[in-house]
Design a protein around this ligand. Structure first.
Ligand SMILES: [Zn+2]
Ligand SMILES: [Zn+2]
Ligand SMILES: [Zn+2]
Length: 159
């Protein structure tokens, strides 16, 4: 089809065909099939997104495992591999990052556990953390007093 020069110029932004003759038949952003007048994008939202992400980084090094992540899929701002079994996940069960991140989560859970349920230094029972302030060393005032007496006894017997 021969498009008159005047008309082609006027509709240029939406009528752009690459000079090598190749025409996109799918949206360059979402890869949906294009119809009719569409040349690059299936919708305005895809045009906006494509241009927005065009100059943004497409890969990033994962802060946990050091592997390159593909930022074209998933959250483009993520700092670490996304875990999962779907096609847009970076790491699945058995992958290095999966193990590392699960270890980290378990370590954090243990830390929180140790903070919220500290072990009494005298009787060994679980003492509860009030949520703020210094961590309690003893489960009760009785244990605190008993520990104090025990320390005193030890110092007087060695002296
Ligand atoms: Zn699209
Ligand atoms: Zn990773
Ligand atoms: Zn105690």
């Amino acid at each position: 089809m021969i498009v008159p020069e005047r008309r082609r110029r006027r509709t240029m932004p939406f009528r752009y065909y690459p000079t090598n003759g190749h025409r996109n038949d799918t949206c360059v952003y979402c890869h949906e099939a294009l119809t009719g007048e569409q040349v690059l994008y299936c919708s305005d939202s895809c045009r906006v997104k494509y241009r927005y992400y065009k100059d943004k980084p497409r890969t990033r090094i994962c802060e946990v495992c050091g592997e390159l992540m593909n930022l074209r899929v998933g959250n483009p701002r993520r700092k670490r591999c996304s875990l999962g079994t779907g096609p847009d996940a970076d790491a699945g069960p058995g992958d290095e990052c999966w193990e590392l991140q699960n270890e980290e989560a378990a370590r954090k859970a243990r830390e929180i556990d140790a903070r919220d349920f500290p072990i009494c230094a005298y009787c060994g029972a679980e003492a509860e953390y009030a949520g703020r302030g210094r961590h309690r060393k003893y489960c009760s005032d009785r244990c605190r007093a008993a520990a104090y007496r025990a320390r005193k006894r030890a110092s007087t017997s060695t002296a």
